[in-house]
Design a protein around this ligand. Sequence first.
Ligand code: ZN
Length: 79
Amino acid sequence: MVRCPECAAEIDVDEDEVEEGEILNCPECESELEVTQVHPVHLILISDDLDDEEESEEADEDDKEGDKEEEEDEEEQVR
Ligand SMILES: [Zn+2]
C-alpha cells in the first residue's frame, strides 16, 4: 500500500502492475503521481507548477482583440 504524497490517501498499487516512470492518478485528490520506484512502490507528486528546466508558456496578455460575441438569436421557426 502506498500513500499519496499530496493528500496521504492510501493508493492500492500492485508493484507487479506498475513500472518505473508510470503515471498514476490519486483517486482522492486527482494529483498526478509518478512511480519512481517499484520495490517498494514509491510515488512522487508531479506538479506542473515546478518548472525546473523549461519555461514554456509565458502569460501573454497582449491578446486583446475586440472579442465581442455577437448575439445571434437562433430561434427555430416553427412552421
Ligand atoms: Zn491524493
